[in-house]
Write a protein that binds this ligand. Structure first.
Ligand code: C2O
Length: 579
């Protein structure tokens, strides 16, 4: 921590506002208070030393770093329950203040009240002790006995909707949790004009892990079986690349009519939106997408986990590679395109109404779990206190309202469950190496210099000649900057390097560098801006890149390219891996 020590001078624009607005006594040093005054009066801060102490563009300093410097992690943790803290974790919402839900794409008011029942008693959740790990099974492999239990539990959960609609454990109540956290029903505590949004950021994995955790415990409670586990939809394995059959029996409580009928079994899922018509091509594309989003294109922790999202930040700072890849694909693939909002799975507000949603997210959760075990050079956990101390609120299996923290869900084994071991066929699914170097003459035609193209509206397939930071096989990343999108649209484009042909249906090739995708969501001005980073190091090996100082990047729009403008493109040496 020593390197974070620094001396900062804090100048309040108006001394009267230097009094802390919180009545809570602090154990911290007096200088602490200065950053703690009313949020509306920002301070000028100048700091000496400490590499991380740079004020941001608007003159603010990253307060998290100041806290680290002044009082260490422990001091930072003490702050989190104080709503007046400046850069601080996202707090658990106040259920009492729950409001209207809106469609994330259009901003339309939804004809749904997804507010959870309020409760005065909130308990800070402690993970209960357990004796044996419960093992979540792959949905395509479950036993008859297991299926009978699962169906009975869902039947009882659905029955609660009629018998006691206010029971927070009922099926619709549980579905509404997703709506409340994703469709603007909850404000950020202390920020009346900012919604809480658990997608498109580093909260994505932790929120859904906790959500499923309680969902699973509730189902177990309803059938009086504390060993009950949810199944996972093994879409990353060819054997699981259809909707699991147990969800497709029209007589089962697991069935849901609001799904894309064309994608019922035996249709093969298309995780890359490749549009491939051939099943085998879809399968290899899927494995390529998995390998890319889990390993090949990931240079830093937040590349995978999602971008930082703290108290006071606008929602949706940016998705991680897994969220924007396989996760989004499965949602859109299952949702019914004939419904206005692609209900159920194709929209946040209704996704939880499909039993398959929880099975899908059990596999998303499994991907996080697998990622943490990968032996790559990227640190696997975010250590930022604003991440670790972010909190959510759920009802547990005893209808008790509990507050949980991100820090307590990093290791699911501590939460009492693990996943059935099945093959992970994408783990080494490197695209076939190129036999011969692509000749620059054959790939460069039509490629233009960035200066002549950017900002680039991605109406059509575009080839760009991008200068490298070093010749040939270097440890580099491709940065696509300030990608401006219409946030109300489903957006997707793919990126290839030194590709000779532009066959959009094939992803399983060495030249595939990665994907940008966006689910429609609501932001204030309908304009989203994000930057993605794709690591090229392994790709260079696979295409045996020539000792050139430029490469040709091909950008292939797949959905609504008209609504995408990319601000800039560049190649830089791989930045530090953490963060
Ligand atoms: Cu909360 Cu997959 O959505």
């Amino acid at each position: 921590m020593a390197s974070l020590q620094s001396s900062c001078t804090v100048v309040a624009p108006n001394p009267r506002h230097r009094t802390p607005t919180s009545s809570k006594p602090f154990s911290a040093k007096p200088s602490y208070f200065l950053t703690h005054a009313k949020r509306s009066h920002r301070f000028q801060v100048s700091c000496n030393g400490g590499a991380n102490q740079k004020p941001t563009a608007d003159g603010k300093v990253d307060r998290r770093n100041m806290l680290l410097g002044m009082s260490g992690l422990y001091g930072a943790a003490n702050l989190v329950s104080d709503p007046q803290a400046y850069a601080a974790p996202i707090e658990a919402p106040e259920f009492k203040a729950c409001g209207e839900a809106r469609d994330v794409a259009t901003g339309d008011l939804l004809d749904v009240n997804c507010c959870p029942p309020p409760s005065d008693k909130i308990i800070d959740y402690k993970l209960p002790p357990f004796t044996k790990l419960r093992i979540r099974p792959a949905a395509h492999k479950v036993t008859k006995e297991y299926l009978a239990k699962f169906e009975e539990a869902i039947r009882r959960m659905k029955a609660l909707d009629k018998d006691d609609p206010t029971d927070p454990r009922g099926f619709m109540q549980q579905a509404n949790i997703h709506c409340a956290y994703c469709n603007g029903a909850h404000d950020q505590v202390g920020y009346k004009n900012l919604d809480i949004q658990v997608h498109n950021s580093w909260l994505f994995f932790p929120f859904h892990r906790w959500y499923l955790y309680f969902y699973e415990r509730i189902l177990g409670k309803l059938i009086d079986d504390p060993t009950f586990v949810l199944p996972f939809w093994n879409w990353d394995n060819p054997k699981g690349m259809q909707m699991p059959k147990i969800f497709d029996n029209t007589a089962s409580p697991l069935y849901n009519v609001n799904r894309n009928q064309a994608n019922r079994p035996p249709a093969i899922i298309d995780l890359g939106f490749s549009g491939a018509s051939d099943d085998l091509q879809k399968v290899v594309n899927n494995l390529t997408v998995m390998y890319s989003e889990m390993i090949r294109s990931v240079n830093s922790t937040t590349d995978f986990m999602g971008q930082p999202y703290r108290a006071g930040n606008s929602p949706s700072p940016g998705m991680g590679s897994s969220e924007r890849g396989s996760h989004v694909a499965a949602h859109v693939w299952v949702g019914n395109p004939k419904n206005k909002y692609r209900e159920d799975m194709g929209n946040f507000y209704s996704a939880g109404r499909d039993t398959l949603f929880y099975c899908h997210h059990a596999n998303v959760d499994r991907m996080w779990s697998i990622w943490r075990t990968l032996k790559t050079d990227v640190p696997k956990d975010i250590t930022d206190p604003d991440y670790l101390n972010a909190a959510f609120m759920f009802y547990d299996e005893n209808k008790q309202l509990v507050r949980v923290k991100v820090a307590d869900c990093l290791d699911h084994r501590r939460m009492g469950y693990d996943f059935e071991r099945v093959d992970i066929p994408w783990l080494n699914y490197k695209p076939p190496r190129k036999a011969a170097k692509a000749k620059r003459q054959t790939i460069s035609p039509g490629a233009q210099n960035p200066e002549d193209l950017f900002p680039l509206n991605l109406k059509k397939i575009t080839r760009v000649l991008v200068p490298k930071s070093a010749k040939g096989k270097a440890d580099e990343v491709l940065v696509l900057e300030n990608i401006e999108t219409d946030t109300t649209k489903f957006i997707k484009f793919d990126v290839f390097v030194n590709d000779e042909d532009d066959n959009a249906e094939e992803l399983d090739k060495a030249e595939y560098a990665g994907t940008f995708a966006q689910v429609p969501h609501k932001t204030k001005d309908k304009k989203g801006k994000s930057t993605i980073t794709l690591r090229l190091t392994e790709l260079y090996e696979d295409i045996d890149v020539a000792d050139d100082d430029t490469i040709v990047v091909t950008l292939i729009p797949r959905s609504n390219g008209d609504d995408v403008t990319i601000g800039g493109i560049k190649i830089i040496p791989s930045p530090p891996r953490s963060g």
